[in-house]
Design a protein around this ligand. Structure first.
Ligand code: 1GP
Length: 245
């Protein structure tokens, strides 16, 4: 977390590549991570809404064989918590009113976390309309916040800050039709003192840059890399910085 804060202070933008254990074959990890290493990615997030037990641990071990980037758990359930990662986003679904996802799963996780060395980062998680029904919605039974109700989004994020959350994650949902609007990101960033994570539907360099410009500190991309690994070419370290300078 301190590394994230330092980057925010330095105005450095961070990029997390999301690997969903449910969609990833362990024997493909090496080649995929080589591409991640050559790109501007700074973090690897691992998690998904529906993942079989024990798969996450095996995948994280394999990922760590190929990279020095921090591996951060972004779990859909308690079973995805593994001590093999570096940190855990302890997500509370603030946009919903389902107690299981606000505090229930967290209580279930305690016996595991007490034995682990994972850095636990309390994270306020806001699901916001992304143009299609997302896995988060299906699993939690919670509706997303409306894109047009920016004040409700800002107030929800602000309540998360008051509750002591250390990060706020604005989520349009994996595979969202479009990333969140600049207005949503800018208004949340303006109102809060916390680093802001933005994910869902980012599929091009232009969209990534727009999300950063609007105020995202960390962008998360999953689907675009799963569907087209050539996207890594556009985000290669040398090429990316050449293009923005
Ligand atoms: C999903 O925010 C992440 O939780 C990433 O979304 O798969 O659409 O990139 P995408």
């Amino acid at each position: 977390y301190q590394n994230i804060l330092n980057s925010v202070l330095e105005k450095e933008k961070l990029l997390a590549v999301l690997i969903d254990p449910d969609k990833f074959l362990v024997d493909k990890v090496g080649a995929f991570i080589e591409k991640v290493n050559a790109s501007i990615a700074t973090h690897i997030f691992v998690g998904g809404s529906t993942v079989d037990d024990f798969v996450t641990g095996i995948l994280v071990v394999e990922i760590k064989k190929h990279t020095k980037l921090p591996v951060v758990l972004f779990p859909g359930d308690v079973t995805q918590i593994t001590n093999k990662a570096n940190a855990l986003l302890f997500l509370s679904l603030l946009s919903g009113r389902n107690p299981e996802y606000l505090i229930g799963k967290h209580v279930q996780a305690v016996s595991k976390l007490k034995k682990s060395t994972l850095e636990v980062i309390p994270t306020g998680y806001l699901l916001i309309e992304g143009g299609k029904v997302t896995a988060v919605e299906r699993v939690t039974g919670e509706k997303p916040l409306s894109r047009s109700d920016v004040q409700e989004i800002v107030d929800t994020a602000f309540a998360g800050q008051l509750l002591g959350m250390k990060l706020i994650y604005l989520e349009a949902g994996s595979g969202a039709k479009a990333p969140l609007t600049n207005e949503i990101i800018t208004e949340v960033k303006k109102a809060l003192k916390l680093p802001i994570i933005v994910g869902g539907g980012i599929r091009s360099k232009q969209q990534l840059d727009a999300v950063y410009k609007a105020g995202a500190d960390i962008a998360v991309i999953g689907t675009a890399f799963e569907q087209d690994e050539l996207f890594f070419e556009e985000l290669k370290k040398d090429k990316y910085y050449e293009n923005i300078s």
